[in-house]
Ligand binder design. Sequence first.
Ligand code: HEC
Length: 117
Amino acid sequence: MSCSNDSESDISETPNNNETPNDNNGDGENNGDGENKITFTSDILPIINNNCNNCHLSGGGQTNYTIYNNAKNNASTIQNRINRTQGSSGFMPQSGTKLSSSDLAKFDQWITDGKLE
Ligand code: HEC
């Protein structure tokens, strides 16, 4: 048995993601507030705005997930849809590209942290 494993992680990381798991809000910094919880307003809303556009925003015809309570009350359904295989039935964003693994992780963490506003 060889020992060629160099012990580095090959798990892909996004560039500039030098944040701690609980402060991966994409701003490139740890805010040091001792909480670092994922919140809807600072972490989830930008993902919705960037990926669920034209359909789930105000006037889009679908449930408006830019509204905190809508997102909160449907969190497990959203989580289910965005984790489906791209292009499969019910996948969200519909006809779009799967969210990045860091955005998916952020959504999971938001639920874990208690779906804070
Ligand atoms: C191109 C338009 C479009 C985009 C972009 C889109 N959706 Fe949807 N979404 C729909 C349509 C149409 C439905 C209703 C049909 C269905 O349930 O699949 C739907 C349904 C859903 C549902 C099922 C519950 C409900 O509200 O009806 C969830 C959850 C959802 N979308 C989440 C998302 C999220 C999160 C994003 C962004 C990551 C997103 N969608 C992007 C069109 C879209």
